[in-house]
Design a protein around this ligand. Structure first.
Ligand SMILES: Cc1cc2nc3c(=O)[nH]c(=O)nc-3n(C[C@H](O)[C@H](O)[C@H](O)COP(=O)(O)OP(=O)(O)OC[C@H]3O[C@@H](n4cnc5c(N)ncnc54)[C@H](O)[C@@H]3O)c2cc1C
Length: 442
């Protein structure tokens, strides 16, 4: 009997109907749900906040929603924080802040669950800093046979290594332990720059302080830069409330909303409006709790593709993208986001084995990314780019195997832990290849 549930992701570009949703409470209940699904020959997809743009979390038969498995388990005196895997990052940030701790680096938003963010390799920016997976110290995984495996660098180390960015393909994360750091503040310096300058001086600029990123506005040479420097909590000096509201709600969200809305009714307006919004972001400096500076509200919905390229390739990739936009008749209302991260050693981390630059392109949620994303994918691909696991891309297992030296190590582990492909879906079958049992291979 098909189920009766309906699901859509944040961007609204992925939907599913006719499956069952289960809300287990506690690791035993997760294991029981997995066993029941396996016994019925059904596939299981855990889901977090549904913020992935790709179909990676799309349920086929049974969706495991961990909204009742989302509590704080423990914070030790040396900052090891253990949470149930369904906890959203914003709650984790608040729990840590209340105890004088913080995560050392975060992405742009905090609506994701800890498990969902880890599973797709979620990252922020910082040449010396890795993504969320690099902060992970231990995890508990419910396997396809319903058993529970605890892993860390010293316990089931091969599984731990791979499951740090596991795509939800190895099992259900039920608890995770992250290394927090003493709470700190960030001094944010934001201002304008040109893409020409930033490309010419890319390495020096992106390594000029702890967490650097910029947004380039297509159809212009303008960029908005953000340089965040770690400082002690005593230096906190936030903007007045009205100014923070003006910048975050009016300029960053409402102005973008207006460009996107205008683009729907009168597409020729997109280019001139993009030029206006590129000028609207003025210079400012503020110092606030790190998690408040790292994270913004994203009220205007969009679709996104992001590629991780070797850091040294970023200026060329951006130059080619700018030339492609200038030579096209595309109308791109969203800026291109550029970030960096340190190399790490998780097999399927987008920064695995190389210092990385991230380049992300966006279109309004209801529009077709068409040739724009396809052109960007080709440019990033020529530089050996690796797509973000939670964002849109067109690669399959054969192409991805060529971008990740340890791809086969990951799929061999997946085949061993989940020989029947219980934790797969059509998207994972495409990007990892189906398990041997589903292809008739042995
Ligand atoms: C507005 C916006 C801003 C974003 N900003 C950033 C950013 O700054 N940096 C960045 O890297 N990414 C960013 N992303 C992408 C986002 O971080 C990832 O897509 C992330 O996976 C979403 O988390 P989620 O909880 O919504 O997971 P979901 O999308 O719900 O799930 C993602 C994957 O995790 C799996 N999963 C969920 N729970 C479990 C579990 N318990 N065990 C095993 N697998 C599980 C799912 O099956 C699925 O495969 C952004 C997305 C949006 C919409």
């Amino acid at each position: 009997m098909p189920g009766t549930q309906r699901w859509r992701n944040w961007a609204g570009n992925q939907t599913a109907t006719g499956f069952d949703a289960v809300h287990p409470e506690g690791t035993d209940a997760i294991a029981a749900a997995v066993r029941a699904a396996v016994a019925a020959g059904r596939r299981v997809r855990p889901i977090g906040s549904g913020h992935s743009f790709s179909a990676i979390g799309r349920p086929e038969h049974v969706q495991l929603v961990l909204d009742r498995h989302a509590g704080l388990v423990d914070v030790t005196a040396d900052g090891l924080v253990t949470v149930q895997a369904g906890m959203p990052l914003h709650r984790l940030n608040a729990e840590l802040a209340a105890r004088g701790w913080a995560l050392t680096n975060l992405g742009d938003i905090d609506r994701q669950t800890v498990a969902g963010a880890l599973s797709t390799g979620t990252h922020g920016t910082g040449a010396e800093f890795g993504g969320l997976a690099t902060q992970l110290r231990a995890l508990e995984l419910v396997l396809a046979d319903g058993s529970v495996l605890r892993c860390s660098a010293t316990e089931a180390a091969d599984v731990f290594s791979a499951a740090r960015v596991g795509l939800g393909a190895l099992g259900v994360l039920s608890a995770v332990t992250l290394q927090a750091v003493p709470a700190f503040a960030l001094r944010a310096e934001e201002g304008p720059a040109s893409l020409t300058e930033l490309r010419a001086d890319f390495d020096a600029f992106m390594t000029s302080t702890d967490h650097v990123e910029f947004y380039w506005f297509p159809h212009t040479d303008r960029c908005a830069t953000k340089r965040n420097t770690r400082v002690p909590m005593g230096e906190v000096a936030p903007l007045p409330r009205w100014r923070a509201m003006w910048d975050d709600e009016v300029v960053a969200n409402a102005a973008f909303g207006a460009v996107v809305a205008a683009g729907r009714v009168a597409p020729p307006l997109v280019r001139p409006l993009a030029r206006v919004s590129a000028r609207a972001l003025s210079a400012r400096t503020l110092t606030d709790d790190a998690h408040r500076v790292f994270v913004s509200r994203r009220r205007v919905r969009f679709r996104e593709m992001e590629y991780a390229v070797p850091r040294e390739a970023a200026p060329q990739v951006l130059g080619e993208l700018q030339r492609a936009v200038d030579a096209s008749d595309w109308r791109v209302p969203f800026p291109v986001e550029v970030r960096v991260a340190a190399a790490d050693d998780a097999p399927l981390s987008t920064a695995s084995g190389r210092d990385t630059a991230y380049v992300a392109v966006h279109v309004p949620a209801r529009s077709d990314p068409g040739e724009y994303f396809a052109a960007f994918e080709a440019i990033a691909g020529a530089a050996g780019g690796r797509p973000h696991w939670g964002k849109l891309h067109g690669l399959d297992a054969a192409a991805l195997a060529g971008r990740y030296p340890r791809f086969a190590e990951f799929t061999a582990l997946r085949d061993r832990l989940d020989p029947a492909g219980v934790f797969g879906n059509a998207h994972l079958d495409r990007v990892l290849g189906p398990v041997p049992a589903r292809t008739g291979r042995s």
